[in-house]
Design a protein around this ligand. Sequence first.
Ligand code: GRF
Length: 189
Amino acid sequence: MKNSIAIFSSGSGSNAEELIRYFKKTKSAQVKFIITNNPLAGVINRAKQLGVSTFVFTKEELRNCENLLDFLQQNYIDFIVLAGYLLKIPPELVTSFPNAIVNIHPALLPRFGGKGMHGQHVHAEVLKAGMTESGITIHMVNELYDEGKIVFQEKCAVKPNDTPESLGKRVLALEHQFYPKIVERLLAE
Ligand code: GRF
């Protein structure tokens, strides 16, 4: 059973907040800290409010990840949760955390994934393709964007008048509903 989580997040951090709140409540794991590449990320303040520290690493430190790896290992991190993290995970990190890095994607992979497919771009593409359903995908992370083993998907409707924003809201609500529970399940595997 793994139980020491580091969350990687580059942005607003609403999923990080849900994860922190969930594990504070269930006590089935501990979110030890947040790692970010963005010193202005909203996640920093959200985490602080909940008593969780955020550590900012430069892009270079995150690519050439020796210091990061040391930091994670010194703190006995055994599971990494990506939540709105925009940089690629270097192969050394994947090798050091086998089957222990998970990501959430705001669409139904394998469509609408890959480089550049994040945030509102994803929802705009889903609408452009005329899809009637979208949803979330939770998957393990390998060296390629959005291509690790899919562990969970949940669908929602795309409505005729949807904008990327309105669809994004519906999808984000699903992320909040399911990500913590699925992470908890993966920790127990
Ligand atoms: C989410 O839609 C997530 O699927 C994607 O980035 C967004 C992050 O939102 N990877 P937040 O920072 O958790 O609010």
